[in-house]
Design a protein around this ligand. Structure first.
Ligand SMILES: [Zn+2]
Ligand SMILES: [Zn+2]
Length: 90
């Protein structure tokens, strides 16, 4: 390893030790960062814990709010179940 890299790594360790978040590399945390504090008066996704902000769309499921990103990750069966419905057999 060259000296420059070692110095850069040392500097990075120092920054992390202070207060830059190691996940989102921001201070304060990016709103989608799992380390971010819960935003006041907002909903929190029951799947990923994301704090749903003013302009974000979400599903108010019977179990609680689910963010759009989680909804997009779900398949049809999960979506039906999270809406409190179930598929019927003929
Ligand atoms: Zn963070
Ligand atoms: Zn979510």
């Amino acid at each position: 390893m060259c000296e420059g890299m070692a110095a850069a790594r040392k500097r990075q360790e120092k920054e992390e030790a202070i207060d830059i978040c190691e996940i989102c590399l921001q201070d304060p945390c990016h709103p989608r960062c799992p380390n971010a504090g819960e935003p006041e008066g907002k909903h929190k996704c029951i799947k990923c814990g994301y704090g749903i902000m003013g302009d974000d769309e979400y599903l108010a499921s019977p179990d609680g709010p689910v963010c759009l990103e989680c909804l997009e990750d779900m398949d049809t069966r999960e979506l039906i179940e999270i809406c409190g419905e179930e598929l019927q057999k003929a």
